[in-house]
Design a protein around this ligand. Structure first.
Ligand SMILES: Nc1ncnc2c1ncn2[C@@H]1O[C@H](COP(=O)(O)OP(=O)(O)OP(=O)(O)O)[C@@H](O)[C@H]1O
Ligand SMILES: [Mg+2]
Length: 273
């Protein structure tokens, strides 16, 4: 748990994005700090993926400012985002099942030596990365198809780390995983934070959010609806903000809602505190 505020890696203010008649985001404020896991939560259609895509260079916002490492940026493409040090692990992972772990890690950024693939260098780097992540992968030369869901998630995260990012975004990384694999991925997320990365986690699973996040940002109907420190809040408070039982829509700055938590029949995961 962080007590002082570490440096802001990403800062967004006044972000708006419209798709035709749909105002997907309005006046969004969002920050991510080094060595911190921030969970982005909200109901279906709240705007989470749209916000992540604005950071990942998929959508250019209509309005607002994005600062990365203290400088204002315009993130025009996914390639540019990656180059800047922004890594995204998409929900579908986009791994090639028939290729082995090394090939998946280096797909599109192969290491060559005199225009020949340097398999030894890539294999070494793969082991190094996986060791850093304390990943339990039996071999880097087996096809990704034969790995478990948790191991596949690990490979996708390792691939994201190849570019030495400062910010890692994970979209529903545990949605398809069992209990043990979920625990493994949550541990991995903690290790990313401990390496000083800023981590953004999108999740519908409140147990995961409470287990791994330091801060929770709630979106509702494309607007900020509260920001909570996990240490000072309950699942009920967060669920109330997600469903709209509590309205924190303005002001959107500052930590924690002024209003008391309206206890709510939790429709999401069961309460755990
Ligand atoms: N490319 C697009 N074209 C048109 N409308 C879009 C597009 N992307 C998102 N939207 C709309 O923007 C709103 C926010 O969608 P978004 O995908 O960001 O929600 P979300 O919070 O990620 O939801 P979920 O939890 O279901 O993934 C929705 O009303 C959605 O229909
Ligand atoms: Mg989404």
């Amino acid at each position: 748990m962080t007590t002082t505020s570490p440096p802001e890696v990403l800062s967004m203010t006044g972000i708006a994005k419209r798709f035709g008649a749909v105002q997907a985001l309005s006046d969004i404020e969002f920050h991510a700090r080094a060595g911190e896991v921030v969970a982005l939560v909200g109901d279906n259609g709240a705007g989470k993926s749209t916000l992540i895509k604005a950071i990942a260079g998929v959508h250019l916002p209509d309005e607002g400012h994005i600062y990365f490492n203290g400088e204002e940026v315009h993130i025009g493409s996914p390639a540019q985002a990656q180059k800047m040090g922004i890594a995204t692990v998409h929900q579908d992972l986009a791994l090639c099942d028939n290729l082995d772990v090394v090939s998946n890690l280096f797909l599109g950024s192969e290491v060559t030596h005199a225009s020949v693939l340097d398999e030894v260098a890539m294999e070494k780097r793969s082991w190094g990365l996986l060791r850093e992540l304390s990943a339990r992968i039996p071999s880097v030369r087996i096809a990704v198809a034969s790995l478990s869901g948790g191991q596949r998630q690990t490979v996708a995260i390792a691939r994201a780390l190849l570019g030495e990012p400062r910010l890692v975004m994970l979209d529903e990384p545990t949605a398809a995983l069992g209990v043990a694999q979920t625990a493994e991925v949550l541990n991995l997320i903690r290790r990313l934070r401990d390496r000083g990365l800023a981590v953004i986690l999108i999740s519908h699973n409140m147990a995961d959010v409470m287990a791994v996040a330091d801060r929770v940002v709630v979106l509702r109907l494309g607007r900020n609806n509260g920001e909570y420190r996990v240490a000072d809040t309950t699942v009920e408070q967060i669920v109330a903000a997600i469903t709209g039982a509590v309205n924190n829509m303005r002001p959107s700055d500052g930590i924690g809602p002024a209003s008391a938590a309206a206890t709510q029949d939790a429709t999401q995961e069961g309460s755990q505190r």
